[in-house]
Write a protein of this length. Structure first.
Length: 340
């Protein structure tokens, strides 16, 4: 229950679940999770199924929340209520705009914050925003750390994500056991903000390759090279990669679940990367060009499509259809051309 001691900046003592492991008794922290979408659902599922008291808060889609409640989680009425009741809150939302709103809104995390609360931002966010929020929360005795993610929703469900963490060693030590419920690799990359910086650099690499492979398939289509043969050649060589396979699963196999990351999110990430490096006065000819590819896709109304579908956007912009099968000799159209 709420009490005056739970006002912002005051310590909050939780009655967390007690468990026993090899005869050693200890309390598990009370955990909150906001953003139980494609990645967040699997993460939250692993937290609650491995014995942590869990509160969740969703957005428009209530199906993941209902599923987690069936597994033993509770649904929080607001971010402020969650902050009052939890020791650790994980955020897995779209961007810094959502993170800032969840923390600063009238019924947000800051309104219910207590001394000792730890916020773990697993979103791909603007490092400048992360650093500003961490400084804002510090006087309240609240720690904000960044732990953006690697891998896909499949690994989230299996508890095998990668996390690149920006935090002080003490705070990371406190939350590491919870993170280990959903992460296979936890990489401490530096102080607060470092996780989001390295995530943007990592995503710049992957988004650039995705754009390159998309353009390569378009070039193959235009020049008459069978798409399957380009796939065979790249798959057998040094340029084969997870991203090439994901793009190809869509281009060749038309698998809509090849890589469930929207083009809108791709543009957001490459935009954050360019903001970061431009602030450092770096020349960014490659990333600037890559950003234009994703900007074009959104201008074509394809923001909700997934990353491999960038190949279709580039092809269509050039008047091509990657899904169209080449005409075989003997068809009516081919015969008509032959008579002429």
């Amino acid at each position: 229950m709420w009490s005056p001691a739970t006002e912002a900046g005051q310590p909050r003592h939780h009655k967390s679940k007690t468990w026993r492991n090899s005869g050693v008794s200890k309390e598990k922290q009370s955990v909150g999770f906001i953003g139980v979408g494609l990645m967040g659902h699997g993460m939250a599922k692993n937290i609650v199924e491995k014995g942590y008291p869990l509160s969740v808060m969703g957005h428009r889609n209530k199906k993941p929340v209902k599923d987690l409640v069936k597994r033993g989680a509770k649904e929080a009425k607001s971010a402020a209520a969650m902050a009052r009741d939890c020791d650790v809150i994980f955020l897995c939302v779209t961007s810094s705009l959502q993170v800032e709103d969840l923390i600063r809104r009238a019924d947000g995390i800051k309104a219910g914050a207590h001394k000792g609360l730890i916020i773990v931002d697993c979103s791909t966010a603007d490092p400048n925003s992360t650093l500003a929020l961490a400084a804002e929360l510090k006087p309240l005795g609240v720690s904000l750390i960044d732990a953006p993610l690697g891998r896909s929703p499949k690994e989230a469900e299996l508890g095998r994500l990668n996390a690149m963490v920006g935090a002080d060693p003490k705070t990371l030590k406190e939350v590491r056991p919870i993170m280990e419920t959903w992460a296979e690799n936890i990489i401490h990359v530096g102080p607060v903000g470092a996780g989001h910086k390295i995530k943007l650099i990592n995503n710049f690499i992957s988004l650039s390759f995705a754009a390159t492979f998309a353009e390569a398939y378009t070039a193959a289509k235009k020049t008459g090279v069978p798409l399957e043969k380009l796939y065979d050649v790249v798959s057998a060589g040094g340029m084969n990669s997870g991203f090439f396979q994901n793009v190809s699963k869509w281009v060749i196999g038309r698998d809509p679940k090849a890589h469930e990351f929207t083009l809108a999110n791709c543009l957001k990430d490459i935009s954050y990367y360019n903001q970061m490096v431009n602030a450092e006065k770096l020349t960014t000819m490659v990333s600037s060009a890559v950003q234009q590819d994703y900007t074009m896709a959104l201008a074509m109304g394809r923001g909700d499509q997934h990353m491999p579908m960038l190949a279709d956007a580039i092809a269509n912009f050039n008047g091509l259809d990657l899904a169209e099968k080449p005409k075989k000799p003997g068809t009516a159209k081919a015969k008509s051309k032959m008579k002429k």
